[in-house]
Ligand binder design. Sequence first.
Ligand code: AMP
Length: 221
Amino acid sequence: MTAANTSAPQFVILFGAPGAGKGTQATLLAEQRGWVQLSTGDMLRKAVAEQTPLGKQAESIMAAGQLVPDDIITNVVTAHIETNPLQLGYLLDGFPRTVEQAQGLQEWLEKKGYKVNALIVLDVDEQKLIDRLLGRRACANCGKGYHTSTGVPKACTQCGEEQITARKDDNITTIQERLQIYHKQTTPVLDYYASRLAVAHIPADTTIEEVKDAIAAVLPL
Ligand code: AMP
């Protein structure tokens, strides 16, 4: 094993079911700290929109709410970090999602002399997750997020775009599949890390601000 690297970037995993708020909190944390947010879901959606070979392969898998193969996604993440080196830290949002992905990440980190510094689990009640996902909308141009419960404007307040849409996989059938996969394939990742680092559980049924403060309390600057 390579010795720990003192100037190594920090790696923080934001963990939780679909709709738990990983993306929202990762964006806030990344802005606050000048870190890089690595959302595998966003990377895959971009690949689908651009119809790259990865996007073509991932499109039907994502529409069905299933997982893209482990080796592919692990390579996407590590290759992305390799091409954006020398960052202060990375917020892993939606990855690793299986024990195999966690092992693949661990092998890559060890080769580099890096490690996962923290794992934060956002805990949200299942019915609340479903409500959040069903009401989630985003601007088709800039990606700004909205929710039907708080009102969706006619045009995006950030860029003026009029198309504000739901994600293709935010329908009840796919949501249920994604939640089942989360319980079966993703939660075992917590056992994988339990012996390696302190796993922090944050009640994330509350507001964005409250969750942000709770994360800051366990992840001081
Ligand atoms: P998300 O935006 O994190 O909800 O991810 C949307 C979809 O992208 C998931 O339902 C999967 O189909 C795919 N995906 C995202 N991250 C991963 C991952 N780490 N492993 C496999 N598939 C993924």
